[in-house]
Design a protein around this ligand. Structure first.
Ligand code: FE2
Ligand code: FE2
Length: 271
């Protein structure tokens, strides 16, 4: 299976770039499953229903969220009726929406997309490791499902590597989100799981992790209430990763970074 994952979509420039890139990348890389994190799509904070519709319309099979999941409250009724929009599985019981989505491809193959959130330097939540282990008890990679991708939304690189090692061989891909900076550690782990500790963002890198640099830098200089943060609006770099998996085992055979447009160095797999 050919899988594309794009990191946190930040603001209008990130949304526009992702909506433009999704159909092009789907065609060029012959993508079977496309997943995008959109927790910062609405002015940096949350996701509005019309923005989710635009991303689904552009070719996202599943949209994931993170700590900013509920910043736009209109998404609460929307997520109840849209099972392919998911939020971290280790939110408290009774939270709207689901932490996983099963996608059936046109050819009958199945892919599970899961979302979990870390706890180091993050809001306290249920244990993501135990939540994921509970979910994994329901599926058998390479048998009941051909691929499993997990978006692990976390601040600490250590927690992301630990999560990936714990589920190495049981899932196809563990990809980190939340830092908005693409890491250069994309690899296939010993057990066959593709991993990158952070996918980076779809946003303007002439910024402080996607937000206007003048306002964001002032916050570090002065301990005064400042102007409200808003996203930088220059050309976005679309960041993510491309993974190929073996349908018979569900394990990864190839992992490559994707960086398109904007200020970062460019990377596009040769397919
Ligand atoms: Fe984010
Ligand atoms: Fe986040």
């Amino acid at each position: 299976m050919r899988i594309l994952f794009l990191g946190d979509t930040v603001g209008r420039t990130g949304r526009d770039a992702a909506v433009a890139a999704l159909p092009k990348l789907r065609e060029r890389l012959r993508i079977d499953l496309a997943v995008i994190n959109a927790e910062n799509a609405s002015h940096g904070f949350g996701l509005a229903p019309d923005m989710a519709e635009a991303l689904f319309g552009a070719g996202a099979d599943v949209i994931t969220l993170g700590n900013h999941a509920w910043d736009r409250k209109e998404i609460v009724p929307y997520i109840a009726n849209h099972p392919r929009l998911i939020r971290p599985m280790n939110f408290p019981p009774g939270t709207p929406g689901a932490g996983c989505a099963m996608v059936e491809l046109a050819d009958g193959r199945k892919a599970l997309v899961a979302s979990a959130m870390g706890r180091l330097y993050m809001d306290p939540l249920d244990c993501p490791f135990r939540a994921m282990a509970g979910e994994m008890a329901k599926h058998r990679l390479g048998a009941s499902v051909q691929a499993i991708l997990v978006d692990f939304h976390a601040e600490a690189t250590s927690e992301k590597w630990a999560f990936a090692h714990l589920f190495d061989g049981q899932v196809s891909v563990v990809v980190g989100t939340h830092t908005h900076c693409p890491s250069a550690d994309h690899t296939i782990l010993a057990g066959g799981t593709a991993f990158q500790s952070d996918a980076g963002m779809c946003g303007d890198y002439d910024s402080v992790i996607g937000m206007d640099k003048t306002i964001a830098t002032a916050r570090f200089l002065k301990k005064l209430p400042g102007e409200k943060l808003h996203p930088a609006d220059g050309e976005a770099t679309v960041c993510g990763l491309y993974v190929e998996t073996d349908d018979a085992t569900g394990l990864a055979t190839r992992v490559e970074p994707v960086r398109m447009g904007g200020r970062l160095s460019q990377a596009l797999p040769d397919v």
